[in-house]
Ligand binder design. Sequence first.
Ligand code: ATP
Ligand code: MG
Length: 204
Amino acid sequence: MTTLRRLGIYGGAFDPIHFGHLAIAEEARWACCLDQVLIIPAASQPLKPGHYAAAHHRLKMVKLACASNPALIPSKLELERPPPSYTIDTLRICQVQYGTDVELVLIVGADAAADLPRWRDCEQIAHIARLAIVHRPGYTLRLDSIVAAIPALADRITVIEGPQLAISSTDLRRRLADGRPVRYQLPDAVLDYIIQHRLYQAEE
Ligand code: ATP
Ligand code: MG
């Protein structure tokens, strides 16, 4: 067994998981020399309106999507505690589970990175984890304003150009509700699961 030295922490709604998510997890794994990347679906927000999938479905889709890559590890860490899912709590739990010798690298897309200054205990996040920010089509990365808001992040950020896939779960949910194609934007196994469980359908 190889010792874990660097662990990627990649959270999101994954509603559903798509090739944009998988491609940036793989790119961050390579760019930051990560031994593994935990893919961590967030707990469902009870009052979020719209066609969203339950947590157990989102976790199952993550498992199906990661099945062929031993470095991508589905994690139900955030589903084991009540919402909201705060990243700082997840990082602290990972620190306890994996030990402080394992370097934690938090992976976020450019849109999520812009929100970071509003995340709970963002300064603490910067002390516990390094950050991998991945460019995303349609979003401009303003690194200087993120570092100005969270000075502890200076020198702790790796910017990843990424494959820049213009795929989003919002668009996929709309397409599924409208009966438009989604194939080749997410793994076939995930699409089969969505169809089998009639997820993201338009309301009658
Ligand atoms: P939604 O449209 O429902 O918000 P999403 O496609 O943005 O879904 P999330 O689950 O919200 O997916 O994203 C989880 C993380 O993945 C976030 O850090 C987000 O920035 C990043 N991400 C998602 N899709 C992409 C993409 N195509 N390129 C780069 N980063 C992405
Ligand atoms: Mg999003």
